[in-house]
Each structure stands twice: as structure tokens, then as C-alpha cells.
Design a protein around this ligand. Structure first.
Ligand code: PLP
Length: 398
């Protein structure tokens, strides 16, 4: 408690305005690029800014092929089409995730097989995958929760052993890395056969609604472009590879508009700034709150040895659901908006209407006990101190 008093002394809170959970960070470069699009003849998709963004990611992370989509959900749906997921195929998915991770494959008729989160963080427990594999298993979809890398070495090994595809739901994982056994930093999104990123306004790098499919396995590149362009070979036509274009395959309108791509281009110009701001705030939270985690007030899942940190989410895991909900209410009374996260999908109405109940204790624990604190580019260090101080103050009254 001396820590609280010390904090209060050094940082008296004079600003009592609302602290939202999230606030989109605008770099200021977006409007210039959007104006350029408006003044050009190309507003639809697959134009100059789409190509610039795709090239940026391909060059920076060594991705084989990037395709901007109107959401990460779309990119996941493309992945399910590309893997030829059929009725009866089984896909292994973590339960503690956003609905799109599962829905994209359910739309193709897949049966979802949920794997539990790990003991130490919400990512799937890599040691629990193998016993879920059957002759019908087609793919493993990993989710890098909070941007933190799943144990990709183990996961790719299991996938290889059984001939399974791996899709990375890298919605939260932009600019983060898996550290392999040789200490090599491998970009997330470059490891699975396919990967999907999100640029939704709640993510680190944003454009309102937007996403990106990454095709790492070259066998899928040609078909990915066709599926992306409504099932036509329009991309090949515009490159002059064919003299007319037409219906080649199933597909949909998965492209991102050029107006949105221009916004995204404005963001990626300042990606290092955005990332360093978030990491600085994340570290501030960590420094202030980790002493209390050591006292068992809550857990702060550290970053595992095989992952770097892109500071997508700063979260606490409280000791029970009552403590978590009470803390959210207590913070709200101080104008601080903290939020819980996923309702584990194995407990969802949709899943339970079609499947028997299953027990996934770690996913349940994160559903009940996880709390996310405000984290965005314009958040001030003093506000982080005020939030941390409030957390400590509220919990010390328990
Ligand atoms: C945000 C998110 C999505 C969905 O992204 P959209 O771009 O909104 O479709 C999917 N999966 C995970 C893990 C996410 O965090």
C-alpha cells in the first residue's frame, strides 16, 4: 500500500475526464492519400494503394502474397474456400476467440473441434491438439491472442505429422514475431499455410473495417486471386496474362476499396511510431501492476519466451468472475472504461444448440476473469498511472 501512496504523491490526478477503452489513432497522413484516390479514376479495389499496401507487407515481413480484404473475417472465409473445406471436415479452433475464427469454416460445412487455452495465457494449448486429431481433421486455426505468438514450433510439427493445414488468425498480431529454437525472429502471419490480419478500428493498425489474407503456401496464390475477385480471373486480365476474363471458380467480393486502402497506407507509413507508443504504455502498465501480480492480486500473463510483444492488449486475469466484474464497475465509476473479452465459443448459444456441452476450464477462466485495460496511441502515461493506481486502490479495498 505504500506503493499506492507513492503513486498518488507523484501523480495527483487532476484530469477526471472519461478514459475510453479504445480510441482510433489517426496519424494525419490518411486524408491526403484519400484525397488522392478521390481525385483519381480508381475508387474500387485492387488499385494503386491496394498494391502499395500489399507490397509494403510482402517486403517488410517476407509474406509470399498479400491480398487486402474488407475484413479479417473475409480473409478467414477465403482461407476456408482455398483449403477446400467440405461438409464433414473437422477444423481445430481455440474456444477463446472471436466468432469469425469458427464461422468462416462453419460456412463451408466444417465441424469445429475446440481446443482449450493454455494455463498461462489464452492461446491454444499446443499440447492438447494431437489428441483431437481424427481422420477427418483438415486444418488447425491458431489465434495469436493479444498478438502474442502461439507455440508455433510445436503446432507446425503436429500439423506436418498428420498432413494438416495451418491457418493463422493473426487479426491482433501485426508486427509481432515468433522466436524459434535458434532465436530467429519469424513474423507472425508467415508461418501457417495461410494467415488473416485485421485492420478493424480496434486493432493496432487500422482503416475502419479491413483485413488481409496472406498466402504463404504458393500452391494457393493463383486461386486466391480468383476467389478474391468474385471467382473471376480479373487480376490476370489486368496484368495482360489473358485476353478476357470470366467465371473460373467460386468466390465473392472480398476486395478492400481504394479509399480504405489509402487510409491504411497512411497508417503503415507511421507504423513504427504507432507500435512504439503502444509498447511504451504497455510497459508502463506492466511496471506498475506486476508487483501486485506477484502478490497474487491477479495474474498478468507475461510474454512467453517464444514471442515478442506488439502491445495489442494489456489485460489482467482476476481470481474469480465476481472480482473481475466488481473491478470493471469500480473503474467505470472513476470514468475508466475497462472491458472483458470473449465468451468462449464452446459456451455460446449457437454451439450449444448444435453440440453437447464440453469442458474447457482454461477458456472458461479467461471468459470469466480476464479484463482489458484502456490502450491506444493517444493515451497518456499519466492516465496509465491513474488507471493502475485505481486498480490497486479498488482491489486493496477488497
Ligand atoms: C478482430 C478479430 C477478428 C475479426 O476481424 P474483422 O476485421 O473485424 O473481421 C477475427 N479474429 C480475431 C482473433 C480478432 O481479434
Amino acid at each position: 500500500l505504500s506503493l499506492i501512496n507513492e503513486l498518488k504523491k507523484s501523480h495527483p490526478n487532476t484530469d477526471t475526464s472519461e478514459i475510453p477503452f479504445n480510441k482510433p489513432f489517426i496519424t494525419g497522413d490518411e486524408t491526403g492519400y484519400i484525397n488522392e484516390v478521390i481525385n483519381s479514376d480508381c475508387l474500387s479495389g485492387n488499385g494503386k494503394f491496394t498494391k502499395l499496401c500489399q507490397q509494403f507487407f510482402e517486403n517488410k515481413y517476407g509474406f509470399n502474397k498479400c491480398l487486402l480484404t474488407s475484413s479479417c473475417t473475409d480473409a478467414l472465409e477465403m482461407a476456408a474456400i482455398l483449403l477446400n473445406i467440405q461438409s464433414g471436415d473437422e477444423v481445430i479452433v481455440p474456444s477463446y476467440t472471436f466468432v469469425s475464427t469458427a464461422n468462416a469454416f462453419v460456412l463451408r460445412g466444417a465441424k469445429i473441434v475446440f481446443v482449450d487455452s493454455g494455463e498461462h495465457d489464452p492461446n491454444m494449448d499446443a499440447d492438447k491438439i494431437e489428441k483431437l486429431i481424427t481422420t477427418k481433421t483438415k486444418a488447425i486455426v491458431v489465434v495469436h491472442y493479444a498478438g502474442v505468438a502461439c507455440e508455433m514450433g510445436k503446432i507446425m510439427e503436429v500439423a506436418k505429422k498428420y498432413g494438416l493445414f495451418v491457418v493463422e488468425d493473426a487479426a491482433q498480431a501485426i508486427d509481432n514475431f515468433y522466436i524459434d529454437a535458434d532465436a530467429k525472429h519469424i513474423p507472425l502471419g508467415s508461418i501457417g499455410h495461410l494467415a488473416a490480419f485485421s485492420f478493424h478500428e480496434t486493432k493496432n493498425i487500422i482503416c475502419g473495417e479491413g483485413g488481409m489474407l496472406v498466402v504463404n503456401d504458393k500452391q494457393f496464390i493463383k486461386r486466391a486471386e480468383i476467389v478474391w475477385e468474385k471467382g473471376t480471373n480479373r487480376s490476370a486480365f489486368y496484368r495482360g496474362e489473358v485476353d478476357k476474363y470470366g467465371w473460373q471458380d467460386i468466390g465473392s467480393s472480398f476486395l478492400m476499396s481504394e479509399i480504405t486502402a489509402a487510409f491504411l497506407f497512411g497508417q503503415i507509413q507511421q507504423m513504427d511510431l504507432i507500435q512504439s507508443k503502444r509498447i511504451e504504455l504497455w510497459n508502463e502498465y506492466y511496471d506498475l501492476l506486476s508487483p501486485l501480480a506477484a502478490e497474487n492480486w491477479f495474474k498478468i500473463p507475461g510474454i512467453p519466451s517464444w514471442s515478442t510483444n506488439n502491445a495489442h492488449i494489456f489485460y489482467l486475469v482476476l481470481n474469480n468472475v465476481e472480482a473481475r466484474n466488481k473491478l470493471i464497475a469500480g473503474l467505470k465509476a472513476r470514468n475508466i472504461h475497462s472491458v472483458f473479452h470473449y465468451l468462449a465459443l464452446h459456451r455460446s448459444d449457437y454451439y450449444l444448440a448444435n453440440n453437447p456441452a464440453i469442458q474447457l476450464p482454461n477458456s472458461d477462466r479467461y471468459t470469466d476473469c480476464l479484463l482489458r485495460l484502456p490502450l491506444y496511441g493517444d493515451l497518456k502515461k499519466e492516465q496509465v498511472k491513474f488507471i493502475a493506481e485505481s486498480v490497486i486502490d479498488l482491489l486493496s479495498k477488497e
